[in-house]
Design a protein around this ligand. Structure first.
Ligand code: IPM
Ligand code: MN
Length: 355
């Protein structure tokens, strides 16, 4: 009997469909050599769902996601939808999906590929060996806080965290640290914000349960600077929703391309797996998007499903393909022996993953 997984595919907008298709190609290749199989069901979310249902997150998509073993998602959004009221915006669909899945922990690893050290705008000696993970709280903070309102002359949002919300995300970060270099950097703005003061207290409390893990606190402005100055000092960065959003984009540039950062959003029964980048409408449909972040997200998905060998196959295949000198357009200038399309990159990784 093979392990069969029901995967909800949410391709989304812009480059979303192209990159998810390549991840599916790789998953299917894996299924042909490992004892696993996949049943895919496609659902709409984002601008494409607004076009059809006038709703960025149709009920069907929520039900479908909740009734699957995992959700693999591409990207959403585009200029066409930018002037819509906030409840109709594609981003609102994604935020609601994260909330519906109770995916409160967003894990964003930033690991440098040796082959791509030249792709970073930072010096090679600064970034060689970077291996960090941002653990971002995903279903609270200023993204969701009430009250929120935009009036004619004034607008406001609320950054709010309960003790329980901080506890559960801190635990995820410390658990990650136990599997890694046993260091947590908790990022906040405790010199200004009350919510950050509580954040610090609760993180300190959780740290007591992990005597082997060293904990430091860092203000978010300093953390942004340190990420660029000396990213190797970080192991696990634990932070809230908006700080994590910002710092993970910065971390992606440390490792060379935003097309290389995968993520998992976990905490509920069903995990959500997506690249951290957006829908890049300016390059959609041209076959030049980098599918690697999405393929790596599929690998994170397999690992969480317990399919470690299959996940390793994907990770090794990506490394091998990059080592051979294949590059998508975003990385064309960096030791490329051959510049390949989105589809070609997917096929290469699929081929190497079955070796
Ligand atoms: C991300 C994105 C989203 C976020 C947007 C699209 C709502 O930037 O996943 O990082 O801010 O969380
Ligand atoms: Mn972001």
């Amino acid at each position: 009997m093979s392990n069969k997984y029901k995967i909800a595919l949410i391709k989304g907008d812009g480059i979303g469909p192209e990159i998810v298709n390549e991840a599916v190609k790789v998953l299917d290749a894996i299924a042909s050599v490992e004892n696993i199989s996949f049943e895919y069901n496609e659902y709409l979310m984002g601008g494409c769902a607004v076009d059809v249902f006038d709703n960025p997150l149709p009920a069907d998509t929520i039900t479908g996601a909740l009734n699957s073993d995992a959700v693999l998602f591409g990207a959403i959004g585009g200029p066409k939808y930018d002037s819509l009221p906030s409840e109709k915006r594609p981003e609102t669909g994604l935020l609601k999906l994260r909330k519906s899945l109770n995916a409160f922990a967003n894990i964003r690893p930033a690991v440098i590929f040796d082959e791509l050290t030249a792709a970073s705008t930072l010096k090679e000696e600064v970034i060689k060996g970077v291996n960090l993970v941002v653990v971002r709280e995903l279903t609270g903070g200023i993204y969701f806080g009430e009250p929120r309102e935009k009036k004619e002359d004034v607008a406001y949002n609320t950054m709010i965290y309960t003790k329980d919300e901080i506890k559960r995300i801190a635990k995820v970060a410390f658990d990650q640290a136990m599997k890694r270099d046993k260091k947590v950097t908790s990022v906040d703005k405790a010199n200004v914000l009350e919510v950050s003061k509580l954040w610090r207290e609760v993180v300190e409390e959780i740290a007591k349960d992990y005597p082997e893990v060293s904990l430091e606190h860092m203000y978010v402005d300093n953390a942004a600077m340190q990420l660029i100055r000396n990213p190797k000092q970080f192991d696990v960065i634990l932070t809230g929703n908006i700080f994590g959003d910002i710092l993970s984009d910065a971390a992606s540039m440390v490792v060379g391309s935003i097309g290389l950062l995968p993520s998992s959003s976990i905490g509920g029964k069903v995990g959500l797996y997506e690249p951290i980048h957006g829908s890049a409408p300016d390059i959609a449909g041209q076959g030049i998007a980098n599918p690697i972040a999405t393929i790596m997200s599929a690998s994170m998905m397999l690992r969480d499903l317990g399919e470690v060998k299959a996940a390793n196959r994907i990770d090794d295949a990506i490394k091998a393909v990059l080592k051979e000198g294949y590059r998508t357009h975003d990385l064309a200038n960096f030791d490329a022996k051959e510049v390949v399309s989105t589809e070609e990159m997917g096929s290469l990784i699929a081929e190497y993953a079955t070796k």
